[in-house]
Design a protein around this ligand. Structure first.
Ligand code: SF4
Length: 404
């Protein structure tokens, strides 16, 4: 199943194509001082490893622009300079060799300054994002739209900026109309996508710390992507930016909009049948498998009674039973390991499968023996717990008695 995507024109941010059917890219922003070249590069490498395609760094002072001149040639992914208030910083960032600029029309308002930056970017072949932000809308527009931030005001801000760019013949532009209010942001992007075919950068600004921030950003970005709107995305979280990149990447993979690169860890929610602390084991598996670039679905299931069946589509999984872990590949039992070795065994098999495939994994062991052991634990658990491990029948009986 795929979501039809709205057709947009294409621009290039360094070597990353945005719009025009290119894969939707993941962006994030460094939190270091840009003048701290080594610290910023360290964060950029961590972001790239977590699935970030384009990174933004603030360019708020001369030292930051000088830092960018050293960061750009050593960065593994394209760098966008974030500019507020001072148009001269945009020109300095272009001198530093950045692959893109982000301008906020709410705080660089003089037409001659906007056009000077656009003309310079045009001559250097560098794209610009018009980054409208609900919280920093041009005060004149704000007043004209009834003293509040509306989708119409945000779209008008973006389109007026675009008109200045067009005056100097510059069109390598992507646009964002972010707001922290999710319904407002969704409506603004819907209207913007009707008004222009420039590629759109999606985001819920100031989404806050996880998990609430991730939920808000996913609600806004996910809703738009499912409508075919959006060419590049950023999660704005109050967290380590690596979490932003992971969240963005996970959303795109979950929607089938990007090929899976890292492990997709699924786990049962746990219940009265669970033979292990599923939350702890799933967390340990996630930490052990994170960033290993194994494009597999891996399952952690709390019991061997239902686990292997419920997760039979996973490439690999483990289910607990009688202090042992039952490993299964595509639903077929392949090995039994002591409980303490569940996570390291998952990692070892995941690496084997990623390299050699599931057929080779199934061929390297006696699956009949593993199946017998799983059946044994399954039968014992059913004997012990019955088929109502959550004691629902008992509880229902108790409740009924209250009304006798
Ligand atoms: S029945 Fe087993 S696999 Fe399903 S939620 Fe409970 S513990 Fe997990």
């Amino acid at each position: 199943m795929t979501f039809p995507r709205r057709q947009t024109r294409q621009i290039a941010v360094g070597e990353v194509l945005v719009g025009g059917g290119a894969p939707i890219s993941v962006q994030s922003m460094t939190t270091t001082k840009t003048a701290d070249v080594e610290g910023t590069l360290q964060q950029i490498y961590a972001l790239a490893a977590a699935g970030c395609d384009i990174v933004r760094c603030t360019c708020n002072e001369l030292e930051a622009a000088a830092g960018l001149a050293q960061i750009v040639p050593r960065s593994p992914i394209p760098i966008v300079a974030d500019i507020h208030h001072q148009y001269r910083m945009a020109l300095a960032a272009l001198d530093a060799g950045v692959h893109g600029l982000r301008l906020n029309p709410g705080n660089i308002r003089r037409p001659e300054h906007i056009k000077a930056v656009a003309a310079e970017a045009r001559d250097r072949g560098v794209p610009i994002r018009i980054g409208v932000n609900g919280g920093s809308l041009d005060p004149e527009l704000y007043e004209r739209h009834g003293g509040r931030v509306t989708p119409e005001a945000m779209v008008e801000s973006a389109m007026s900026e675009l008109a200045y760019f067009e005056e100097v013949g510059f069109d390598a532009v992507k646009i964002s109309v972010k707001a922290s209010n999710v319904p407002l942001m969704i409506e603004a992007y819907r209207q913007l996508s009707e008004a222009t075919d420039h590629p759109l950068h999606l985001g819920v600004t100031e989404a806050g710390p996880p998990p609430e921030g991730v939920v808000k950003a996913t609600a806004g970005i996910g809703a738009l992507l499912a409508e075919g709107i959006g060419d590049t995305i950023r999660y704005s979280l109050t967290a380590d930016p690596v979490e932003e990149a992971r969240a963005g990447r996970t959303l795109l993979e979950a929607l089938g909009l990007r090929e899976r690169e890292n492990v997709d860890l699924i786990a049962c929610p746990s219940c009265g049948r669970a033979e292990i602390d599923v939350i702890a084991v799933a967390g340990a598996a996630r930490d052990a498998l994170a960033d290993r670039q194994l494009p597999l679905q891996v399952a952690v299931m709390g019991c061997v009674v239902n686990g292997p069946g419920e997760a039979r589509d996973a490439d690999l999984g483990i289910a607990a039973g009688r202090h042992r872990g039952h490993l299964f590949v595509k639903g077929t039992n392949v090995a039994v390991v002591p409980e303490a070795e569940m996570v390291p065994t998952l990692v070892e098999w995941a690496e084997f499968i990623a390299e050699h495939g599931t057929e080779a994994a199934l061929a390297r062991v006696d699956t009949a023996k593993a199946q017998r052991e799983a059946e044994k634990d399954r039968a014992e658990l059913l004997e012990l717990q019955g088929d109502d491990a959550n004691e629902s029948a008992q509880r229902v009986e108790l409740i009924s008695k209250r009304f006798d």
